[in-house]
Design a protein around this ligand. Structure first.
Ligand code: ZN
Length: 243
């Protein structure tokens, strides 16, 4: 099976549609999403509708939880909190129900999906060695897939138990073998690694390989919708810079 791994869509329908189109060309048959479906962007209802349409399965992110009031926004930065309040007001009852029903972790055979880390599924950034070791200590499946940082990266466990992180560029391929691995497919709707193109990965469970992709999308179109919605301008302009 070929699976599109998509994380941090952040209510950006233009980016999601570009990624899904690319995924169809890559012959993907399923979509696994790693949370933060909403927050920041202008299209929460349309993004959830599209995910339903393609039968996506996935987990809850901190922005999804905050949008439906499961967690507060005290730990959000002011721009994120403003966008979260906008989202909470904007979403339909159907979108709310979809977001509320997302689990914090999801196991698909050899793969466990989570937004942050297995220690702190909603909140923790898998960015430090300490967080990475804590995550791997709780990883019961050979492979895990995370999001939240918006950085495409592969973390591999060596036979001695050490961990090595490798940033994943466009078209880089990672072969899954004996060692335990954690994959972050990057931020589809708000990349933060300096490349403004949408980011996702294709998992091939027959070849046991993950291929990363960068996908151009109409950034101006989503920025215009953000201005019209009255979302903070800094959140729109950052999309042009991939930061
Ligand atoms: Zn996010």
């Amino acid at each position: 099976m070929r699976v599109a791994l998509i994380s941090d869509i952040h209510a950006n329908l233009s980016a999601l549609d570009a990624v899904l189109r690319h995924g169809r060309r890559e012959r993907t048959e399923a979509v696994w999403q790693m949370g933060d479906i909403v927050g920041y962007g202008p299209d929460p209802d349309a993004v959830v509708a599209r995910l339903r349409e393609v039968g996506a399965v996935g987990v809850m992110g901190n922005h999804d939880a905050a949008a439906v009031g499961l967690i507060g926004t005290a730990d959000f930065n002011p721009l994120a909190a403003t966008a979260c309040e906008w989202t909470a007001e904007a979403i339909s009852a159907d979108t709310r129900a979809y977001l509320e029903a997302l689990p914090s972790t999801l196991r698909h055979g050899d793969f466990t999906c989570v937004h942050g880390t297995l220690r702190e599924p909603l909140w923790e950034y898998l960015m430090t060695a300490e967080a990475a070791y804590a995550h791997f200590a709780l990883q019961e499946s050979p492979y895990s897939i995370v999001g939240h940082t918006h950085f495409p990266v592969v973390i591999r466990e060596s036979p001695g138990g050490g961990l090595e992180a490798e940033p994943a560029g466009d078209r880089s391929v990672v072969v899954l073998g004996e060692s335990r691995v954690c994959v972050n497919p990057g931020g589809a709707g708000q990349p933060r690694d300096g490349d403004p193109r949408g980011c996702y990965a294709v998992l091939d469970t027959d070849a046991m390989a993950v291929t990363f992709h960068r996908v151009e999308y109409d950034i101006t179109a989503v920025q215009v919708r953000m201005y019209v919605a009255g979302l903070p301008e800094a959140l729109a302009s950052r999309l042009s810079h991939g930061r």
